[in-house]
Design a protein around this ligand. Sequence first.
Ligand code: ZN
Length: 277
Amino acid sequence: MRIANIGGRLSLIVDGAGIDVEKASDGHFAADPAGIYDRWVEFRQWAETGVSTAAEPIDEDALGAPSPSPRQVFSIGANYPDHAEEAGFELPKVMEVFSKFPSCIVGPNADVPLPKATVDWEAELVVVMGTSARHVSREGAWDHVAGVTAGQDYSERERQMAASQWGLAKSYPAFGPTGPWLVTPDELADPDDLIISCSVNGEIMQNARTSRMIHSVPDIIAELSAVCTLLPGDLIFTGTMAGVGFIRKPPRYLAVGDVVVTEIDGVGRMQNRMVSA
Ligand code: ZN
């Protein structure tokens, strides 16, 4: 199953077109995409019974974040060996976790205002939780996931590198685009091995398989849920791979007019244009 936020309305995606969930369910499910994760099991059962309402073409400019107001946004640092190496990060002894503040979460094709000349890209697989999760085992972890989507963990490197806490540098408005839609794990041949890429103005900057992660999605959910209760609709940015801008010689940062395309095979594609703040 694929679901999208189209103009703030929850929609099922069928053959590339959208079905409005509130209308198709006669109001049983509300239009607001944020609320569906609290009813995820019930919603999946309803969606799987087959919905007969006609699908409408999708306006890609109207796509919002699949989970637009998560209560918690977790981000994993240094989770690909090649990125940790290029950035000179020592591999952490415990899983490195920080937060992006939820106000930075926007849709897949949002414009990104550049607050400084030191903004960088980080393509990431983003997990959306479908149930509460506490003390979850690795084996059971995917059962708690609503689905996955693409994401960018845009980062203002000057502030990030000047601080030991990274969250604020990664939370400017529109620094957390996600989308284009949510894809349930059963739609993917292997949800632990997805091809992810990022280009800037058509030049490929990052390209990796998520199977390279040091901490896999099940590892991350097991470890986070050993500490916190993960809540329906929460996001987990699972970390970026080699090829970010700040380690290049000379460093390469984003400029007004640049277009960043982030794509995960079998999931979808996002496109962000950099604009002046
Ligand atoms: Zn990141």
